[in-house]
Design a protein around this ligand. Structure first.
Ligand SMILES: Nc1ncnc2c1ncn2[C@@H]1O[C@H](COP(=O)(O)OP(=O)(O)OP(=O)(O)O)[C@@H](O)[C@H]1O
Length: 619
């Protein structure tokens, strides 16, 4: 067994912390271990860095929200509207009122509430850990729904928009949601689902945008004071909620079994957003272009909560569009020396997004190519993760945009753990080293310890580790080893420079072929170098002689399909494919079965569920 510790520097965060000490002392949010606090804190950060350090929470909050109301601090942009932090906080407050009206009645002493279960509880935590399902596209309403749930002592369960009704019902029933918050476009379906799982349903009130008249009125100086006083009143007298209280349940995609509810605490969330802010130096001058779903950690933490915590703006493209992304970058940096006011500085995506962006680029005329590549180059940072980034994609992206994508590794259970550096060598085919305050170790099998690099299961210990699998104490207990390390189920190795290489999910990507243990990801990376292959999925199929055989499902490039049509020949034969692979792969790694498909069945995060595909092929 070998273990590694992260020793990354902390200077960025220390500055931030020292700066905020006077505010935290007087701030009731600080005691509550509540993400609403860091969101407000990020406003204070920008106020203080402007030079006017105020001494009390009320002073700082007033200045901060007034600034936000004068458009200085845009938190969210979506569909040509912008929303300040003040708008989000004010909407969260309205949602909390709405939930309060539904779920509690104030007791005679006025300081306590009785919730729907007849429990007498503190007015500010009336939901008492009840689950609130949030079904909304990436929008200001989604963020307000999340904050409103936390303001009320609830546990947010963000749900996929793409789930069919049966899957939605599974998740809602499993997490025992008390309430579903949604938006008009999903009203019909969600009302139906709510009725079937005996939950209440409510629409999230539209968040007021900066441009609307109601918004400017609401956040006039008196309005601001009013919102702040209400929030203060709500928190000053509240008993602090413990940071270890559940805040969020995210459901896994189920690539390794039935979807499990992963419970994150307030403290874990705050730790994670601080770790990411520090590692990638998110600041209030950053603008994130966000095109990921919000029920997975990549879209929720890396591209929303951490940037909001850091005071960065987040612009939602509700649905990923190749044209939309390139266009937004070109608008940000129209020509040399010019940068738009809201220029995008940060982007993150899954590998298939970069593949599609490259296809879109190839289809552009030369002028458009030049302006697109120029604009992309101007962003501060581009990141990739959620599944393995194929080396050819990374290389081509760098040739065009000048950006070496920062690849990182994460999982629903601990959010992010390993990452290539912001400054320093980003190594293709690796996911870098442990993030600050993260510890990892590899549990090796006896025989692999003798020679060569350690290969085994990656285990992670982190302040951002989840608390438990919802209602699954046995599975939770089995997922940890001594000392609180979480067993990821991923097989990894580490190179001579300490960079980690993900070989894949032990039970889906690691194939046992005639005594060899092979990584499907390793073989996929090589096959993607074939000029006729657009996408590939490698998996092991059962075989009575070898245990498993290597099967490759290939999606051909358009040009290969057109050529095949013209020549009235198959796009690729197994013989041609194998003779190409022979020069690049050891004989036992060469696929012995080739299947050609038009596309691969990918989930919202661009992942192929290999277990499902295997079932299709074997049954
Ligand atoms: N950069 C990366 N390279 C290779 N694999 C990655 C990378 N980032 C994430 N992964 C894979 O994604 C997994 C985490 O994804 P997630 O938490 O969404 O689980 P899932 O596989 O989709 O679902 P389930 O937990 O139900 O199996 C990791 O365990 C790892 O296998």
């Amino acid at each position: 067994m070998i273990s590694f510790n992260s020793n990354a520097t902390l200077h960025g965060l220390q500055l931030h912390r020292i700066h905020l000490t006077p505010v935290r002392a007087a701030n009731p949010f600080a005691r509550s271990g509540f993400l609403g606090f860091p969101v407000l804190q990020s406003l204070f950060h920008s106020v203080q860095s402007g030079g006017s350090l105020s001494s009390t929470f009320m002073d700082v909050a007033k200045v901060a929200v007034t600034r936000a109301a004068t458009h200085d601090s845009v938190a969210i942009r979506a569909e040509d509207k912008s929303y300040s932090f003040a708008h989000l906080v004010s909407s969260a407050w309205s949602i909390s009122n709405l939930l309060h009206a539904k779920f509690s009645k104030t007791t005679e002493d006025g300081g306590k509430s009785e919730n729907a279960l007849g429990q007498v509880i503190d007015v500010n935590r009336f939901l008492n850990g009840a689950r609130v399902g949030i079904v909304a596209k990436p929008s200001a309403e989604f963020v307000a729904g999340l904050l409103g749930t936390w303001l009320s002592g609830g546990v947010a369960v963000p749900l996929a928009l793409s789930y069919p009704e049966a899957e939605l019902l599974h998740v809602m029933n499993d997490s025992d949601v008390t309430m579903i918050l949604s938006t008009p476009e999903h009203q019909e379906l969600m009302k139906n689902v709510a009725a079937k799982c005996s939950a209440h349903f409510s629409l999230i009130p539209a968040v007021t945008s900066n441009s609307s008249e109601a918004g400017s009125h609401e956040h006039s100086e008196n309005g601001v004071t009013d919102v702040i006083s209400k929030l203060m009143g709500k928190f000053v007298d509240s008993k602090s909620s413990e940071g270890d209280d559940p805040a969020l349940i995210l459901y896994t995609s189920g690539t390794t079994g039935k979807p499990k509810g992963v419970v994150h605490t307030h403290r874990g969330i705050i730790s994670q957003v601080q770790i990411l802010t520090e590692a990638w130096e998110y600041t209030p001058s950053d603008q994130f272009l966000h095109c990921l779903p919000l029920h997975h950690v990549h879209g929720l933490f890396n591209a929303l909560l951490a940037p909001l915590y850091a005071g960065s703006g987040v612009e939602f493209l509700p649905k990923f569009s190749v044209r939309g992304v390139w266009q937004r970058w070109r608008e940000s940096y129209p020509r040399e020396g010019s940068k738009s006011k809201d220029a995008i500085t940060l982007f993150t995506g899954v590998p298939t997004m970069y593949t599609r962006l490259l296809q879109g680029y190839d289809a552009m005329d030369p002028d458009m190519k030049a302006s697109s590549a120029f604009a992309a180059n101007k962003l501060r940072l581009m990141m990739c993760g959620s599944s393995a980034l194929p080396y050819p994609v990374m290389k081509q992206w760098e040739e065009i945009t000048g950006h070496r994508l920062l690849e990182r590794y994460g999982m629903t259970e601990f959010v992010m753990a390993l990452a290539n550096p912001l400054h320093g060598n980003r190594k293709g085919g690796t996911v870098g080293k442990p993030l600050p305050r993260l510890e990892v170790k590899i549990i090796t099998e006896e025989e692999s310890e003798k020679d060569g690099p350690a290969i085994g299961e990656l285990c992670v210990r982190s302040p951002s580790l989840f608390k438990e699998y919802w209602k699954q104490p046995k599975v939770t207990a089995e997922s940890f080893i001594d000392g609180g390390f979480f067993k990821t189920g991923d097989t990894v190795t580490v190179d001579d420079d300490g960079y980690y290489i993900i070989l894949g999910r032990t039970n889906a990507d690691i194939m046992k072929v005639g005594g060899y243990k092979l990584s499907a990801l390793d073989i996929e990376a090589v096959l993607l170098e074939h000029e006729d292959i657009l996408e590939v999925c490698v998996l092991g199929l059962p075989d009575k002689d070898y245990g498993e055989i290597v099967c490759a499902i290939v999606v051909p490039q358009e040009h290969a399909k057109k050529r095949a049509e013209k020549e009235l020949k198959p796009v690729m034969t197994l013989e041609e494919f194998q003779s190409w692979a022979k020069k690049r792969l050891a004989p036992y790694k060469i696929p012995t079965k080739l299947i050609l498909w038009d596309s691969l069945p990918r989930n919202a995060m661009g992942k192929v569920n290999k277990k499902e595909v295997k079932k299709l092929l074997v049954d």
